[in-house]
Write a protein that binds this ligand. Structure first.
Ligand SMILES: *Cc1c(COP(=O)(O)O)cnc(C)c1O
Length: 484
């Protein structure tokens, strides 16, 4: 980080007359034939900057980013695994990258084959009959999946089903998606062991229930071991089971949602399948359905015809269309490259390794951090802050102090099951040395909290910005330098 450039806006580097480019005259007449009222009366206030200043400004800005390529990123619920560079190469092949979205199917056979291949790989991995890749994110997949479920109930003339049941441990997108789909949300409580309380669920079921949404393993990183029983109960009352696939990573090679009794699911390609994401995107949330629900998937669908060519088809039973064209194609290509690179053997190692890494970190820290649920976890786990609460050092303070040591903070204050949630997901792509380094630092911070709590409470001390007021930034964002 270069202090000369840090925190400066490009406008502040501007000097009248400085230029980074020289554009040759295009030979057009000086005054184009535009009405007087449309002509600018003062010059556009663009920054005037020489090329080296411009390059340094943006390069320094990019160096202030934290990413999977710069360090360990144990952000629970986000599966920030390493993104292999071959994925980028495949997604940027000119035949894919330059393809116009409106290219007719006959002239886009390669792209459609890529889509179709990924669709089938996901169906195999999820234990589903068919996938659509059209939704743009996990949350968009949830909405799409719920709309599939609504289309299914409607097709049977079953119009009473207006309710979705969501566990209290669910990600906020679950109730939000249900609300956007026009459904009522009812919450089901978790047991002290972190899993859904089956006895509390039973009386909530009935002929008004459209679906039960579950995440497995759930957001506390715990496997819902009674899921088969829950699926049976839900199916008995005529509802469907929706699988939030954001936590599919530890299940790779271990279990399939289709085999657990789920009818509809989404996967987050940008989590489980290594496509890069952060700061809200880019994403892709393919939706899979079990046999008998395919016709409700969004239009268009990609199908292989008897002659081996690929075509876009539409179904009149479909819920409609959820995206322009066929979704976030570059993200799909990265996921396909990842799946083909690993092959089924490699994929089957990913899940167990992610689980091993999470349990290794958990067991190495549990004497100093409070472990509210003492079970073998899957790919992630949650501490309820430091074990020693007497110092007043909070989860936020621990997270801020981690930044001083060059680690990205874990997810904090989610899930809402605990007051001081600190949710750690190491993923399978980290070395033993990186995990040990993180464990050492977490142990040092616990020691610092006991010996010098003030220092931890005022962290970070070594980052360019210390504690920005994120509430003010959200409520009163300043997004322009001056009035144009
Ligand atoms: C990330 C996540 C989502 C939402 O996915 P997006 O791709 O961010 O829209 C839903 N549920 C869980 C458990 C998640 O971790």
């Amino acid at each position: 980080m270069n202090r000369e450039y840090y925190g400066k806006l490009i406008f502040e580097l501007s000097h009248p007359g400085r230029r980074g480019a020289a554009i040759p005259s295009n030979g057009c007449p000086q005054s184009p034939q535009l009405p007087e009222s449309l002509l600018r009366t003062s010059p556009l206030r663009l920054p005037e900057v020489d090329e080296p200043s411009l390059v340094r400004h943006y390069t320094n800005m990019s160096n202030n980013n934290f990413g999977v390529d710069t360090g360990f990123y144990p952000l629970g619920s986000c599966t920030m695994k390493y993104n292999p560079k071959i994925n980028e190469e495949m997604a940027s092949l000119p035949g894919f990258a330059s393809l116009h979205p409106a290219t007719p199917a006959q002239a886009a056979q390669g792209a459609l084959e890529a889509y179709w291949t990924l669709q089938n790989a996901l169906a195999e991995i999820g234990g589903m009959s068919e996938f659509t890749l059209n939704p743009f994110a996990g949350a968009h997949g949830e909405l799409t999946g719920l709309m599939v479920i609504q289309a299914y109930h409607r097709s049977r003339g079953d119009h009473k089903r207006d309710t979705v049941i969501v566990p209290d441990s669910a990600h906020g997108t679950n109730p939000a998606s249900a609300a956007v789909a026009g459904l009522k949300v009812v919450e089901v409580k978790s047991l002290p062991d972190g899993t859904v309380d089956v006895e509390a669920l039973r009386p909530l079921l009935g002929d008004h229930v459209a679906a039960v949404m579950m995440t497995n393993p759930n957001t506390a990183g715990l496997f819902e071991s009674r899921v088969a029983e829950i699926a049976e109960m839900v199916h008995e009352c005529g509802g469907l089971m929706y699988y939030d696939g954001a936590n599919l990573n530890p299940m790779l090679g271990v279990a399939r949602p289709g085999d657990m009794g789920f009818d509809v699911m989404h996967v987050n390609l940008h989590k489980t399948f290594s496509t890069p994401h952060g700061g809200g995107g880019p994403g892709s949330g393919p939706v899979g359905v079990r046999k008998g629900l395919e016709q409700f998937l969004p239009n268009p669908r990609v199908e292989r015809l008897a002659d081996g060519t690929f075509a876009l088809t539409v179904s009149s039973d479909s819920l409609g269309s959820v995206s322009a064209t066929l979704g976030n194609f570059a993200v799909q290509l990265r996921a396909l490259a990842y799946i083909l690179t690993l092959g089924s053997e490699g994929l089957m190692e990913a899940g167990p390794l992610a689980t091993l890494n999470a349990n290794y970190v958990k067991e190495s820290l549990r004497d100093l951090y409070m472990l509210p649920i003492d079970r073998v976890c899957k790919h992630e786990f949650v501490f309820d802050g430091l074990a020693d609460k007497s110092t007043g050092v909070t989860t936020l303070n621990v997270a801020k102090r981690l930044l001083d040591y060059g680690f990205h903070a874990p997810t904090i204050y989610f899930p809402l099951l605990f007051h001081e949630s600190l949710m750690i997901e190491p993923t399978e792509t980290e070395t033993r040395e990186t995990l040990d380094g993180f464990i050492d630092v977490m142990r040092s911070i616990a020691r610092e909290a006991a010996e010098n709590p003030e220092m931890v409470k005022t962290a970070p001390h070594h980052t360019p910005v210390s504690r920005p007021d994120d509430t003010a930034a959200a409520l009163n964002p300043v997004v322009k330098y001056f009035d144009l």
